[in-house]
Design a binder for this molecule. Sequence first.
Ligand code: MF3
Ligand code: CO
Length: 266
Amino acid sequence: MSEHIVTRNPGEIAKLRRAGEVSARILMEVASYVKPGVTTAEIDAFAAEVFAREKCGNAFHGYGGYPGHLCISVNEVVVHGIGDERVVHDGDIVSLDAGAVVDGWYGDNALTVPVGKVNEQALRLLAVTEEALYRGIEQAKQGNNLVDVCGAIEDFVKPFGFGIVREYVGHGVGRHLHEDPSVPNYRPHHRLPHLRRGMILAIEPMITLGTYRVKVLPDHWTAVTADGSWAAHFEHTVAVGSHSGEILTERPRMALPAQLGITLNS
Ligand code: MF3
Ligand code: CO
């Protein structure tokens, strides 16, 4: 099952970490630019400037014809939102997904930011989705099966009653944006590979306040929830380690649960 999945040696992982650090820096800088009144096109243009300043490649721009510099997905948009005239408002949640290429090595990461005063249900969605990502990362260790990562995410999210998107999944990453294996955020029916040290995974739960079903808009990219409910998306690039996944796109956690007295115990 794992014969197509490459493992990376420490020297290669160091290069992936550089790409990951740049990816994380770009993501955080763009996140701090998001405020009420900006359009998503302005966010995309700002991201283009940040990529240029970092002098790195852009993993998404032109990928399969994707026109944006990063994905900007507001409220009911789950993933792959493209910058346009949509204005970000106070109370919105905005998912940002960015990937940098450094010396041919790829980083991929995402987060959802609350804009201004966001309702408690949406904040809970963000906190649960971020925590689900970390629950998955914890299981990305040698000796485990990939299903341990997928199952940890599913088991954590399920009791909250939120929708776990199935149409889009995480993936291997390294010399390309998308490599084997697929990393679902639920236990799939088929068998999954065993994990070996040095496998590189982009783990990216996409969770909704309603249905798990999505539909793609006529632009062929923008994926929205079928019922219009809001969605969150958190992603890290991770190296399978000996005791846990090693995050290559390190950034501070949002710490929402503590700040807001939200309990993550389901
Ligand atoms: N993190 C997303 C993914 O892995 C972003 C891809 S956007 C694309 O699919 F434009 F590059 F497809
Ligand atoms: Co990804």
